[in-house]
Design a protein around this ligand. Structure first.
Ligand code: TEU
Ligand code: CA
Length: 543
């Protein structure tokens, strides 16, 4: 496999609105991020994935863009953006921009113009269709945010198409003029010195509405190849596609370097295992055996072709320690265990802001305290269709996107040091205990565990390129695997339960002295026939 710079990199995702507020208006901003670059350098990360900071009416917190080449005033100015790129570079950190080109905001000048009349030059930048003879929408495709994907436009007497909110009209990627404009915009950003792109819901741009195709259409891969050739292809940039519907076969199409599409994709198969029938509002408990099967499949299938991205959470998902660990008495142990399990796999790891200090889900009492459009839309749709308020609140506590979006907890001052003003969304009340200042003072903190994981990846090529071999596959509570290359051999063992377990080791791992690379309890120096694991105990051993 040809080595690329992102293979041994670790990416840190920033959700700007919730990271750090420099001017006390209650909203995180670019200068706030700049003020925390030393903190990120200390953690050791190589790349920041910056969620959208472009000009936007903020219907979906910036995933609705009205000008791709301007910064939203609440986040700062283009000078601040240049400052961020430069200040990050001085610390060896590259900035990956979030590229949202499945749709724009309804305030984007293209859409404003398109709406003016059917003869607009930009009409075909979007997807317009007549109503059925009985007035109903042209098809029954649903919006991912609830309701129909078709919005009736009274003035135009036509429907337009939106897979997300009605303020996020989908671009028409069947129109080559859309390609030209988007590619020019991407090249402009590349010229600003960015490190790459995270491509929002990119599996949807090959859609063919009249055939009822949205995700993974036939047009998708040729389009991405075209984008690669027209923009980042020869620029040595990291590109990661958000692809909810990817299977390993599909992921190879995107990320096999020979095909010249993307560096890697985010796949969500392990995430949706705790959603009953794919419905996040019907959460079900984690089945660890299934979880291991899915992750193992991805590790094995992409071992020689393509590249994995590794993540437990992001700005759309609940906090990992609450979801797969224990956010109460074993918060510290289980957060470290989850980190070790992820960071020793093959692929590029992503840390979501606050994960490195073990931030947890939040459980607001009232729906009024929630800000996320998806949460609010579904609360309405579901309760109107008969789902109880109690059920929805508990599903929101479990899987709502605002779990990830409460402000970053910097210290135990008022509002967790995020702002001096009233924050746009309330701080998690556990900030006096869980915050960066406390983590930095405690050499056994989750923060230092992450820092060590980042540096172990750089110190040991086997972590980056070694083969992944699953271990104890049938065990319902232990996630274990080996990593191996010609020189080095690692074993990673994690107890995903709050029980003390004794586990028999396979023959080939018994009776040897070992070196512990990282642990959340005590170092291990030798292996006998079996091992005893404390609640959430986890370690990586060099054999
Ligand atoms: O997310 C795509 C997406 O499908 C999510 O909305 C997802 O289905 C849901 O939140 C799962 O819980 C991307 C962005 O990451 C998200 O923040 C945006 O809202 C969305 O696209 C639209 O741009
Ligand atoms: Ca601010």
């Amino acid at each position: 496999m040809e080595k690329r710079w992102w293979h041994d990199s670790v990416v840190y995702q920033i959700y700007p609105r919730s990271f750090c507020d420099s001017n006390n208006d209650g909203i995180g901003d670019l200068q706030g991020i700049i003020s925390k670059l030393d903190y990120l350098q200390n953690l050791g990360i190589d790349v920041i994935w910056l969620s959208p900071v472009y000009q936007s009416p903020m219907d979906d917190n910036g995933y609705d863009i009205s000008d791709y080449q301007a910064i939203a005033p609440e986040f700062g100015t283009m000078d601040d953006m240049r400052d961020l790129i430069e200040q990050a570079k001085l610390r060896g950190i590259r900035i990956v921009m979030d590229l949202v080109v499945n749709h724009t905001s309804d305030e984007h000048p293209w859409f404003v113009d398109a709406k003016q009349s059917p003869d607009s030059d930009y009409r075909d930048f979007y997807i317009w269709r007549d109503a059925n003879p009985d007035g109903t929408p042209p098809s029954d495709i649903d919006s991912i945010f609830g309701g129909s994907a078709w919005q009736w436009d009274e003035e135009n007497q036509q429907y337009f198409f939106h897979l997300f909110s009605k303020r996020q009209p989908d671009l028409n990627w069947e129109n080559p003029r859309v390609h030209d404009q988007v590619f020019a915009m991407m090249n402009w950003w590349i010229d600003q010195g960015i490190g790459g792109f995270r491509l929002d819901v990119i599996d949807l741009i090959g859609k063919e509405i009249d055939k009822g195709v949205t995700g993974n259409g036939e047009r998708l891969h040729p389009l991405l190849h075209k984008m690669n050739k027209a923009t980042f292809g020869d620029k040595d940039l990291l590109t990661v596609g958000e692809t909810w519907g990817a299977t390993p076969e599909i992921a190879k199409l995107y990320s096999d370097p020979a095909r010249e599409e993307l560096s890697m994709v985010f796949q969500f198969e392990h995430i949706t295992l705790t959603w009953q029938n794919g419905d996040k509002w019907q959460p079900i408990p984690l089945d660890l055996k299934q979880f291991k099967q899915v992750l193992t499949k991805w590790q094995v299938e992409l071992s020689n072709q393509g590249w994995n991205s590794l993540f437990w959470n992001n700005h759309d998902l609940p906090r990992v320690v609450s979801k797969y660990g224990c956010d109460k008495e074993y918060r510290v142990e289980s957060a470290k265990m989850l980190a070790t399990t992820l960071h020793f796999m093959k692929g590029t790891p992503y840390i979501f802001q606050g994960e490195e200090i073990g931030m947890t889900n939040v459980a607001f009492d009232s729906i009024e305290q929630y800000k996320d459009i998806e949460t609010l839309n579904f609360y309405k749709v579901k309760t109107e269709s008969g789902v109880s308020h109690e059920h929805m609140m508990s599903a929101i506590h479990e899987n709502g996107r605002d779990n990830a979006r409460t402000p970053m907890q910097w210290n135990n001052d008022h509002h967790a040091g995020f702002t001096n003003a009233t924050p746009w969304i309330e701080v998690n009340p556990n900030y006096p205990e869980i915050n960066v200042a406390a983590a930095l003072e405690d050499r056994h903190s989750i923060f230092y565990h992450y820092k060590q994981l980042v540096s172990l990846r750089k110190a040991h090529p086997v972590v980056v390129y070694g083969d992944f071999i699953p271990l104890l596959e049938e065990h319902p509570q232990v996630f274990a695997y080996e990593r191996k290359d010609d020189q080095q051999h690692l074993m990673v063992v994690s107890n995903f339960s709050a029980e003390t377990l004794t586990v028999e080791l396979p023959e080939h791992l018994r009776q040897r002295n070992v070196t512990t690379l990282i642990t959340n309890i005590e170092p291990v120096t030798a292996l006998a026939e079996e091992i005893t694991l404390q609640p959430y105990e986890s370690y990586a051993l060099m054999l």
